[in-house]
Design a protein around this ligand. Structure first.
Ligand code: TPP
Ligand code: MG
Length: 376
């Protein structure tokens, strides 16, 4: 199913042509397709999702600050995309498996990563910040779209194991132009693999606006591969939850892959190396501030008498605590020996790896005269 597209003019910029349950002002509206999937989400469940989004925003702010203070090498912020990340990841089962991109800090958080899980790799201390098997999430992928192929391969493995687990993979609007993503969809559709594709359409691939590479809604591509899709308001955590539950159920019940285009916005820079003021206007940013995923939930909860000072204080304390843990864990990290970069690349040692270790070790020895401090 593709959410009904109204009209044909300028679809690429019509960010309001989406399925939605909570308006930007926090009004609950009906949607025939989505409503049944969130019938059980009461005010308490929505408060939990809200708290997750606030904590995520705080982890993200802390990551940005730590980069600016020289404590981590790079950070890819997710401010503005909290509803997409929390709504999709929280809809998964603990034994499902996630294949996120570099921007999905919220997916990593929702899967259960500890504070060091957000920061270790960005600090350059290790390839991976956590054990993927412990939290059911692969390490964030930097190669655009590659994780979609890994996800489909994993899903085909699930099929052969005969379990009812599902895989989900997250990627950006720009990634949909990449061969990997299209090849992943061909394989997923051909094998009816239990995989959910989540396209976080945050309007930009670095500085390139989505309209340059998608002249029609991205959700419309999936049916061409034989994959049903839904275009949803990615800043509406309720709608995202509903769409993800639909997609997971589709995949879990043996009907094959499903695709979600979550229409959202990257409020910050592409990464800490980017200056978005060079390619987008303050007016555009303001317009999206008005669609903030957090404020609409707060407004709705207030309208239900479920948001008071006490709740706000509990949420603030939870995010302060998380921010402090992320910061202190980061600052306590000791620099790993350079040679450890070759650990954990392969499950078993082999001759090629031994050769690289010998070469790298000799290379590091070359610095001994200049600085005895090079850690091996
Ligand atoms: C294969 C590959 N090509 C190019 C890059 C450089 N690169 C990093 S992020 C990015 C844009 C990705 O945009 P999008 O898929 O929309 O994801 P977003 O960053 O917006 O979340 C590019 C081109 C890369 N990492 N990998
Ligand atoms: Mg993008």
């Amino acid at each position: 199913m593709v959410h009904t597209l109204t009209g044909t003019a300028d679809l690429k910029t019509d960010v309001d042509d989406v399925a939605r349950l909570l308006t930007a002002d926090g009004e609950r509206i009906a949607d025939h397709d989505l409503d049944p999937w969130v019938a059980d989400i009461d005010v308490q469940a929505l408060r939990d999702l809200y708290r997750d989004m606030v904590v995520l925003r705080r982890i993200d702010a802390e990551g940005m600050a730590l980069q600016r203070q020289g404590q981590v090498g790079l950070w890819a912020p997710c401010q503005g995309q909290e509803a997409t990340q929390i709504g999709t990841a929280r809809a998964m089962r603990a034994d499902d498996f996630a294949f996120p991109s570099y921007r999905e800090t919220g997916v990593t958080y929702a899967r259960g990563a500890k504070p060091e899980g957000y920061i270790r790799a960005w600090r350059g201390e290790a390839h991976s910040s956590y054990d993927p098997n412990e939290i059911g999430a692969a390490i964030p992928q930097i190669i655009i779209g590659a994780q979609t192929l890994h996800a489909v391969g994993y899903a085909m493995g699930i099929q052969r194991d005969g379990t009812d687990q599902v895989v989900a993979t997250w990627f950006g609007d720009g990634a949909t132009s990449q061969g990997d993503v299209n090849e992943a969809m061909v394989f997923a559709a051909s094998y009816h693999a239990p995989v959910v594709f989540v396209c976080s359409n945050n309007q930009y691939a670095i500085s390139e606006p989505v309209g340059v590479q998608a002249t029609a809604p991205i959700a419309g591509r999936a049916p061409g591969f034989g994959i049903p899709s839904m275009r949803v308001d990615g800043n509406d955590v309720l709608a995202v939850t509903a769409a993800m539950r639909w997609a997971l159920d589709h995949a879990r019940s043996g009907k094959g892959p499903a695709f979600i285009e979550a229409v959202t916005y990257r409020m910050g820079p592409h990464t800490t190396s980017d200056d978005p003021t060079r390619y987008r206007s303050p007016g555009e940013l303001d317009a999206w501030r008005g669609r903030d995923p957090l404020t609409r939930v707060e407004a709705y909860l207030r309208s239900q008498g479920a948001f008071d000072d006490e709740f706000a204080a509990v949420v603030a304390a939870a995010s302060d605590e998380m921010a402090a843990a992320v910061r202190s864990t980061c600052l306590a990290m000791t620099t790993a020996p350079a040679l450890s970069i070759l650990d954990d690349v392969y499950a078993e040692p082999h001759a090629g790896l031994d050769e690289e270790r010998t070469w790298f070790s000799a290379y590091l020895d070359g610095f001994q005269d200049e600085s005895a401090e090079v850690a091996r």
